[in-house]
Structures are given as C-alpha cells and as structure tokens.
Design a protein around this ligand. Structure first.
Ligand code: PA5
Length: 458
C-alpha cells in the first residue's frame, strides 16, 4: 500500500492546502502520541491492535463445518457488529455471490444480514429462507442492543417452532463475560467470545468479523497477515514514514487550520462500497464527540462521506469541484483489478463509441480516477490517494487495520476518547425506556414531548 499525499499540500493546491511546515510542526506531538499508544498497548489497553496475532484455526474449522451443513447463513448484528463482515463479504466474495449455484460459491451458504429493525426486512427474509436450513450468527458485544436483540428473539421463536434442534442453528458472538454468554449456556447455543477490551467498531479482526468471513470462504489467515504487515508499518514513530500518522495529521490539520468538516472516502471499486460504510461508522462514532478527555466541550469531529468512483463522478463530483471549500477527498486506487475486460470497436463511423477499441475497462476506470484527481487539484481541492496493489484478503486486512490506527491517532490529536460512544448509548437508553424495559422508567418521563408544529397534506 502507498499513501500519496502531495495533492493535500499548499505547494499543489495553493492556500486551500496544508503547509508542509504545519506538518513538520506536529512531528514532536506525533512522536509523543506514538510513545503513548505504544505504552497503552503494552499495558493491554489497545487490545484491538493485538487481534491480528491470535490463532484462528478453531474459528476456521467451526466455520468450515457449519458452512457445509447449511444453505443460508444469517448474520444478526448492527454497527460494529455487522459493518465489518458486510465490508469483507462485499470486497472479497463474488459480487453476485448469493445468485451463484452452491458449487460456484465454494460450497458455501448464501449470506443474509439483519442489521435494522425494519419489520419489512425480517418479514421478507422469512419469505426467502427456510429456517431449518439456516445458521444464525447473533453478534452483539453488549447483548442488549435493541435491533439485534429484537431480531434474535423473533428468529428464536420462529426457529423453535420450526425445528426441535433449534439450538444447533444459533451461534452467538458476544462479550466474553456478557449476558448473552449466560443465556447461550442455558440454551445450549454455541458461543464465540469477543475479548472484553475490544469495542464493537474495532472488532472486525475478532470472531465478530472473522467467523462470518470464514463461513463465507474468505481466507481469514491472509486477512490477518495483511493486518500484521500493516501493524509493522504503523509502528514507525516518524510521521514521514508512517502512512497512518500522516493521514491522521493531514485530516487533523484540514479540520483545525482550514475548517474543513467533511472527509470524503472515494474508492474506485464498487467492491469497496461497504468498506466505506465500515470506515464511516468507525470514524463517526470514534471521533464525533462533545467533550475532550479533560471534559471540555468541543463538539468536534468531521463528517465522513461516502463516494464511489466512478458512479459518484456523475453525482457528488460537481459539488466536490465547485462547491464550498469544506472537505478533503481520499481516493482508493486499485492497481490491478481481478477481471480483464477488453473493449471492442464495433460501431464503425461512430467516434463517440469507437475510441474504446483496443482499450480495457481497467484502463477506463484508472483514467477516470486520474482525470478526477487532476480536476480536483486544478480546482484547488485537497486530495490524497491510497494505492493498493489489488483487492484481496491481505490488502483488505491491511487497509482496515490502517484505518483503525488512523482513527486512534485522530482521537489523540483531537484529545477525545475514540473508544466510547455516549451519543449512541443515549439513543439505546431512551429506546429501552420508551419500550418499557425495567430499570429505565425515569428516562422515559424525561423525554416525553408533543411533536408540535406540522403541516398535514390533505
Ligand atoms: O462500535 C460500537 O461500539 C457500536 O457501533 C456497536 O457496535 C453497536 O452499537 C452494536 O452494539 P452491540 O455489538 O453491543 O450490539
């Protein structure tokens, strides 16, 4: 992987860019952060960083056994408990995976996800799958989040009425000491543990992300190899050698010195579209904070925005080029695509179509990326590019680990706790109260209000 950051600099995009001196001025601070993170890691406080080193033979063998037994694999989870698995599947499995015959899916089950409490979703899913042919992986660190727990209790009820061996159809992935662990023991469900010190959005390299990936035939050992390789690179203390430190520093300076409050991630690959969702969740929940670590009110955090090349060249790009100076753009460039598609010259006399002849689709997508980089730079829009050789388990493992380090360092630069999510917990707490969960009655009283002003269209 390479990080090209030249187009972020004042020397390329003028006053809208970052001065090299501003980066240099943060060298010392980054060294301090590096030392702080290393000692926190040594004390076991950054457990997500050690996940790539865990043995995974057990996960692989359970996953292979289960994959052979079922026709459908259903993941129930939300946020950090589902985004990583969806990202891995979209990036690394066949784009039309569920539509392929089983042998072309490597003998693996079809994949479904319930990551919402939209009643139409679960109802439609029940029209689509036979439950007694389905393995359900309930992933919830806390074992209390309303959406996955509602899907879980409903699926449990339906499964129990459809087969006497219902317990065999569930695998629970949850906190090693959590409430779901206890329930699973009572019910005879199999369980996989998420280490206590690993939070939801940093759990993709724990069983939360690894088990679903392994069921779907993704090479999780290679994924962890990629993450370990990136860990080596991201241990370098010097900002000029460490791509994660440079990325975080540039985003921090863009926020603090330029007031840019939008950070766009734009891969030139549709297969990375859910990886961007995972990144958005990681970034937004970790960095969007009201208070600093020393309890000062800051209401900080830039808004991560998804944009997919080339699709969004015909949507968001106009705004990126000519709209307000309020964002940075990060491209992901893939050097070698898995498929080679040659373009023919078939309509002679039509220059609008015939110039493709002798070129490939890969050339076209790379050219469009280059054209977009040029256009943005010409419009003085700061942009940087992450280049990966190809999309495979190794590079995706590396990329995801890279972003976890970036967000951790951003948290340090902003002096916020990147590992809590009080704003999310508020929503959960109020839902419990309004749905009548005992112990939350007072919250309920606090938040009853009349919806007030409205216009009825009659
Ligand atoms: O990153 C986080 O901590 C959150 O996004 C959680 O993953 C999300 O709220 C789901 O929580 P849980 O896994 O406890 O059900």
């Amino acid at each position: 992987m390479k990080l090209y950051y030249g187009n972020m600099l004042e020397s390329r995009v003028g006053g809208s860019g970052i001065a090299i001196e501003a980066i240099a001025a943060l060298e010392e601070r980054i060294r301090d952060i590096d030392a702080k993170l290393k000692s926190a890691r040594a004390r076991g406080e950054l457990q997500f960083m050690d996940l790539p080193y865990q043995p995974v033979d057990d996960i692989v063998s359970i996953a292979n056994e289960e994959a052979a037994e079922c026709e459908n694999f259903l993941l129930i989870g939300i946020g950090g408990s589902s985004c990583g698995s969806i990202a891995l599947h979209t990036a690394l499995s066949h784009p039309y995976y569920n539509l392929l015959p089983r042998d072309k899916r490597g003998g693996r089950p079809r994949f479904f996800v319930l990551d919402n409490c939209d009643p139409d979703e679960i109802a439609a899913l029940m029209d689509t799958v036979e439950l007694d042919d389905t393995l359900i992986n309930v992933v919830s660190k806390s074992g209390a989040t309303p959406e996955p727990m509602a899907n879980f209790v409903k699926c449990y009820e339906l499964m129990k009425s459809s087969t006497s061996s219902y317990a065999e159809h569930f695998i629970i992935t949850t906190d090693e000491d959590g409430v779901l662990m206890r329930l699973a023991e009572e019910e005879g469900f199999r369980c996989l543990g998420i280490p206590r010190g690993v939070g939801g959005r940093f759990s993709v390299f724990s069983p939360a992300g690894l088990f679903p990936a392994a069921v779907l035939g993704i090479d999780i050992k290679e994924l962890l190899n990629g993450a370990r390789h990136m860990d080596e690179i991201c241990r370098k203390p010097d900002i000029w050698d460490n791509p994660a430190y440079m990325f975080a520093t540039l985003e921090y300076l863009a926020m603090k010195e330029k007031g840019y409050n939008i950070s766009v991630l734009m891969p030139y690959s549709r297969r990375l579209r859910h990886l961007v969702n995972w990144y958005i969740q990681l970034w937004a929940e970790s960095l969007g904070k009201e208070k600093t670590r020393d309890n000062k009110t800051v209401n900080t955090g830039s808004t991560p925005l998804k944009s997919i090349g080339t699709t969004d060249q015909h949507s968001l790009l106009q705004l990126f080029n000519e709209g307000p100076f309020d964002k940075t753009i990060t491209f992901i460039r893939v050097m070698n695509y898995a498929s080679k598609v040659e373009l023919p010259a078939v309509f002679h006399g039509y220059d609008e179509l015939n110039y493709f002849g002798g070129h490939t689709m890969e050339e076209l997508i790379k050219t469009e990326l280059f054209a977009t980089q040029l256009a943005l730079t010409h419009h003085r829009r700061p942009n940087k590019t992450i280049e990966i050789p190809e999309i495979n388990a190794f590079s995706i493992g590396g990329l995801m680990y890279f972003f976890e380090v970036v967000v951790t360092v951003m948290g340090e630069l902003l002096n916020v706790n990147a590992f809590d999510q009080p704003g999310v917990e508020d929503g959960k707490r109020l839902t419990y109260a309004l749905m009548g969960r005992s112990g939350y009655e007072r919250d309920n009283e606090e938040f009853m209000w009349d919806e007030g002003n409205f216009i009825a269209c009659q």
